[in-house]
Write a protein that binds this ligand. Structure first.
Ligand code: 3HC
Ligand code: NAI
Length: 697
């Protein structure tokens, strides 16, 4: 028998214990071991029941995702589960930790299920571009009903033991050791002569309006198709005999396994875990982090402070004067009240944070003993330098000094202190207590343990931390500037902001770039444009000025009620602002541009080509260490659709050669903007893809 399963007996109960760290994924040796264990128990004299239990952190985290995309290995999971369910013995699952995907499907193939109170269950396959493919779509609706089963499958959410019990997934909840609990429960079932109870024998669940449910899931999937296909598989559980339902599920599972979305989502799953795992930081101990300070309690300072407070850190916010400290307190308090309302903290925690963990000051002297100070003042180099000079004077040796600047040069900021090794960029995204991304910007002199502390902070705050090098805008904002410019060029040439937003939202972005700009505030990009103009634009730059005119008239987007869109009827009612097209048309006339029509396909292609080309430059220059660092930045900070895995995974999937050809073709119109990234050319010449560079690192 495989060494992943240990076989033991307790009276007339055989116990199959799974040992496949870290999370008991159902890889081939585990499936084989369970199969052999079933054979052995059934052949053994006197054995009347089998109890399956996991060792370590989980019952089972599901199928082994590393096996996907490779030829399937026997025994297949659905066959194993059918074999478990049809055993003449009584089969019990004793669950703890997570039972996810194929892991829950194994439990559903057992005749009874007991769990500890901290256990949780779920069918998260949609997050991998798949659906439950080992009977989950057929068995769960029979236990929990069609509506609840569909909700679980299409959201992929984890359900705690109590809810699992209410839904009929878990028969009994009991605190204690899962092994001992499982044995006692199985013994009791045997003592009471409880019959086997295969879920497949249960009656088919209720009908719903399948087409309506399919369309609804398709719409909420924003381009992702697997949630909608869960509906069709569950429909089969109602309309077909069990065996045929299983076959229908299997067919859809195999079809989804062949999709680009499955490739993209599995890339996202592994990249999300690899992104903060930097070889250069292995074995480096981060500095302690308990007391942190924010300089500036505006939009970002207040958001970062909230995130830190919710993660248990002590936070001091320094503002310019009493009035500004009160405004900062109000922002933080408002964020914390929201967290309380959503059940993230209770009243006691709220009181403790507000009264003990948070301090607001105006005096730098109060910051002498901080472990980390994050500057979040206005985006002006002179102001930032003055802050860093003051911090350098006041803070104890070893305090880490960080800037949340969006674009400015961290090397220059570091040089304004006597301790550049202690300086780095910590670039959060707005709203900072909600957005998952953190760019850890490592400057030329940043010490390795300072970079490691940036990542440790990200982990404490529950962020996805990406290492970035210094350049204008680091990874994310630099790439954003380029694809936004590509969108503006399309506008000059004939597209409208509304057509562009629509095409990109259909592609899967949560919001198009113009709706995002309205949300972030048009004044921010206006300030960047003014700074770049002051620095001197290359005469070959194709500049679009129509948005400046909106700003000059005081229209900064959602916060002023008007931007590209009109929000006067509420933030959700997004109507095109009628003033925008005349401004664009005037600029076209002034520049003697004859507008032409852009279709959705061309809009998406040009926008993503600009994104990929700049991303390839960012990787080629070492600003991002690996393509996956860019992918995770765009996914967690810029709303790139997860089912494509990130822009460079998208590029790999659609083909680098065609993309290069398109960029060269666009370059004939505007050779300055469309300068091909050397890395893209090299990969095409060598017949390689971006993902090869992830594997090499
Ligand atoms: N297969 C292979 N490896 C897995 C895995 C799986 N199902 N689940 C987790 N791992 C790996 C991770 O990649 C990571 O590896 P690393 O240490 O080399 O980076 C390691 O296990 C630990 O994982 P996490 O860092 O994510 O640990 P956490 O404690 O934060 O989370 C978890 C644990 C909740 C189990 C989380 O890993 C998770 O959500 N896993 C995926 C669960 C899932 O999607 N299951 C369904 C699989 S598809 C399926 O079952 C198809 C079936 O219907 C036929
Ligand atoms: P903001 O204008 O909302 O807040 C700035 C705050 O800093 C104000 O409360 C101001 O009173 C305070 N301040 C200014 N000078 C100060 C000084 N010398 N000492 C103490 N406090 C001072 O600005 P926001 O949006 O919070 O931006 C702050 C920084 O974060 C900027 O560098 C910006 O580029 C960056 N950033 C902004 C993002 C955004 O979406 N708003 C996203 C990521 C980074």
């Amino acid at each position: 028998m495989s060494d992943k399963i240990s076989y033991s007996c307790h009276g007339d109960i055989a116990i199959l214990t799974v040992q496949n760290p870290p999370v008991n994924a159902l890889s081939q040796p585990v499936r084989q071991g369970l199969w052999d264990g079933m054979d052995r128990a059934e052949a053994e004299q006197g054995i009347r029941a089998i109890m399956i239990v996991g060792e370590g952190r989980a019952f089972f985290a599901g199928a082994d995702i590393t096996e996907f995309g490779k030829p399937p290995l026997k025994p297949h999971l659905p066959d194993l589960i059918n074999r478990i369910e049809s055993s003449p013995l009584l089969i019990v699952a004793s669950m703890h930790g997570v039972s996810l995907g194929g892991g829950l499907e194994v439990a559903l193939g057992c005749h009874y299920r007991i769990a500890v109170p901290t256990a949780c269950v779920g069918l998260p396959e949609v997050h991998l571009g798949l659906l439950p493919g080992a009977g989950g779509t057929q068995r769960l609706p029979r236990l929990a009903g069609v509506i609840a089963a569909l909700e679980l499958m299409t959201t992929g959410r984890h359900v705690d033991a109590e809810e699992g019990h209410k839904l009929g997934i878990i028969d009994k909840i009991q605190d204690g050791d899962p092994n001992l609990n499982g044995i006692a429960y199985t013994q009791k079932l045997l003592d009471q002569n409880t019959p086997r109870r295969p879920v497949s024998d249960m009656p088919a669940p209720e009908k719903i309006n399948w087409d309506e449910a399919f369309e609804k899931a398709l719409k909420s999937g924003r381009g992702q198709i697997s949630p909608a296909w869960c509906v069709r598989a569950v429909q089969a559980s109602v309309e077909k005999p069990f065996e045929e339902g299983l076959e229908a599920e299997r067919q859809i599972f195999y079809d989804l396994m062949q999709t680009e979305q499955r490739q993209g989502m599995i890339h996202a799953f592994f990249s999300q875990r690899a992104v903060s795992n930097l070889p250069e930081l292995k074995g480096i101990t981060p500095r302690p982090l308990k007391n942190i300070a924010l300089i500036g309690g505006g939009t970002m300072g207040a958001g970062i402070a909230t995130s830190a407070l919710l993660s248990g850190l002590n936070v001091t916010v320094l503002e310019m004067n009493k009035h500004a400290t009160q405004a900062a307190f109000d922002r933080i308090e408002n964020n914390l009240s929201g967290a309380k309302k959503r059940g993230k903290i209770d009243s006691q925690q709220y009181e403790k944070i507000v009264n003990h963990s948070l301090k607001l000051v105006t005096d730098y002297g109060k910051l002498s003993d901080m472990d980390l100070v994050i500057e979040a003042v206005f985006e002006e180099m002179a102001v930032k330098k003055r802050v860093f000079e003051e911090l350098d004077r006041i803070c104890k040796p070893g305090t880490i000094l960080a800037s949340n600047t969006s674009y400015l040069d961290i090397n220059e900021i570091a040089a304004s202190t006597s301790r550049p090794a202690d300086v780095l960029g910590l670039h959060f995204f707005s709203p900072a207590h909600v957005m998952k991304l953190l760019e850890v910007v490592v400057a030329d002199a940043t010490a390795p343990d300072v970079a490691a502390t940036g990542f440790a902070l990200g982990k404490t705050l529950g962020k996805i931390s990406v290492r970035a090098g210094v350049c204008d805008g680091f990874i994310g904002n630099r790439i954003l500037s380029t694809y936004r410019a590509a969108a503006d060029h399309m506008i000059l040439d004939g597209a409208s902001p509304f057509e562009i937003d629509k095409a990109l939202e259909e592609f899967g972005f949560a919001m198009g770039p113009f709706a995002v700009a309205d949300l972030a505030g048009l004044d921010i990009s206006w300030a960047v444009r003014k700074r770049k103009e002051a620095e001197g634009l290359d005469p070959r730059t194709r500049d679009a000025c129509y948005a400046d005119k909106l700003c000059e008239d005081g229209h900064f987007g959602q916060k002023t009620g008007k931007g590209y869109y009109d929000y006067t009827a509420g933030a959700k009612s997004r109507l095109p602002n009628p003033d925008v097209m005349p401004l664009i048309e005037a600029e076209r006339q002034e520049k003697a541009i004859k507008p032409r029509k852009f279709g959705d396909t061309e809009i998406v292609r040009r926008y993503l080509a600009a994104m990929v080309n700049e991303a390839a430059k960012v990787v080629g220059e070492g600003i991002a260490r690996r393509p996956l660092d860019v992918d995770m930045t765009l996914l967690f900070g810029y709303g790139f659709p997860r089912h494509w895995g990130g822009p460079l995974k998208w590029a790999d999937i659609v083909g680098l050669e065609g993309l290069l050809r398109d960029i060269e073709c666009y370059a004939q119109e505007d050779p300055y903007f469309w300068q091909t990234a050397p890395l893209l050319k090299r990969l095409v010449a060598e017949g390689r893809v971006f993902d090869d560079l992830n594997k090499a690192n």
